[in-house]
Write a protein that binds this ligand. Structure first.
Ligand SMILES: [Zn+2]
Length: 355
């Protein structure tokens, strides 16, 4: 399978802080227009690319989230800038990194200040594990100068971490959580189009906003689409390195295929259909258990959209860093699995158990 590497590079390099994902949505939408009948944004910025089946009211949504963890400008302290968190950013690994401040009209390069190792002994209390310790430096000598650049409270701050190939088989960069999922949606749409597949239901590819701040995308979507089935693509931890000493049981590993999760809110028969499809098509897969909820958009499709919901996850190393790493074969196998699952669903599926 030949993956569109230029596209995944463009997608992961384009910023999409939770709450302001429009720039990356435009990149994704321009690709999806090639493969689907209709592409639109809702009020909060979810991008929905749909193929409609005539006179059909059965809706299948396949979802991945396009937003990335980020910070926001919260104030000024002389010639430095203070921030608040926007999603699960790891403050330990933030200081000493490059970032971008997104003003209304421009992108301002900046750096998160750090304390040199030589100075540590004099400032022992500083650990950079608290957000009030972090500060941005955009090369200005006064607050006035900062404001002249157009920087305001509320501006988004995204980390820098350009796409890179790692060896022959891995990709690394920022926001593979979950742009790898959004990328897979586009590859599945392309495959359906190339093979001239006409599915017997309405299929919606959903590039969701605001997952990192509360899995909000499906809530906004529920005003527009009542989903019968929702399959969510997200990422899951690979912590196979010896450096992780605790709690390694039950985690998936890069290269062993997509991870299929069981949780109370995952619909049993839809999950079984996904596993059966993997077995029938000889696609490698891994199983995981997350108890009551998955902590992904899956939960909100089940609870607030009334959909039969399931989760497929791509194993990923170093989640919520600027070097998130995924393996190509897992991307390929997830495309293959999702494509075949879509062929196995029909418009009469209700997934109910029989008494
Ligand atoms: Zn995340």
């Amino acid at each position: 399978m030949e993956l569109n590497e230029n596209f995944i590079e463009e997608l992961t390099n384009t910023s999409s802080p939770s709450g302001n994902e429009i720039e990356a949505q435009r990149v994704w939408a321009s690709e999806m227009k090639k493969y689907t009948d209709n592409v639109e944004l809702d009020e909060y910025g979810n991008c929905i690319a749909s193929n409609y089946h005539k006179n059909c009211e059965y809706n299948v949504v396949i979802d991945a989230h396009i937003d990335e963890i980020s910070y926001m400008v919260s104030g000024f302290s002389d010639n430095y800038i203070k921030v608040v968190r926007n999603g699960g950013v790891d403050m330990f690994i933030t200081s000493g990194q490059r970032a971008i401040i997104h003003t209304d009209t421009s992108k301002i390069p900046c750096v998160f200040g750090s304390i040199p190792i030589h100075i540590h002994h004099a400032d022992k209390d500083k650990t950079f594990d608290k957000v009030h310790e972090l500060f941005l430096d955009c090369g200005c000598d006064s607050e006035e100068e900062i404001k002249e650049l157009g920087i305001k409270i509320g501006d988004y701050v995204t980390m820098e971490g350009d796409f890179m190939k790692l060896g022959k088989n891995y990709y690394t960069g920022k926001s593979f959580d979950d742009k790898v999922g959004v990328f897979i949606l586009s590859e599945v749409a392309k495959k359906l189009k190339e093979n001239k597949i006409n599915l017997p239901y309405n299929l919606h590819f959903m590039s969701a906003v605001q997952e990192e701040v509360g899995c909000n995308g499906p809530l906004y979507l529920s005003k527009k689409i009542k989903a019968d089935v929702a399959i969510v693509l997200d990422v899951t931890h690979d912590i196979s390195s010896d450096a992780y000493t605790k709690g390694k049981d039950g985690y998936s590993k890069c290269g062993l295929g997509p991870d299929i999760t069981r949780a109370a809110c995952v619909q049993n028969n839809l999950r079984k259909l996904i596993i059966d499809t993997a077995i029938k098509n000889e696609i490698p897969y891994q199983l995981s258990a997350s108890g009551s909820y998955t902590g992904t958009n899956t939960d909100n499709y089940a609870l607030y959209n009334g959909a039969n919901s399931a989760l497929i996850s791509i194993p990923l190393k170093y989640m919520h860093s600027t070097v998130e790493t995924v393996k190509k074969s897992d991307i390929e196998n997830t495309i293959d699995l999702l494509y075949n699952v879509l062929l196995n669903i029909n418009h009469k599926h209700d997934f109910k158990n029989k008494l």
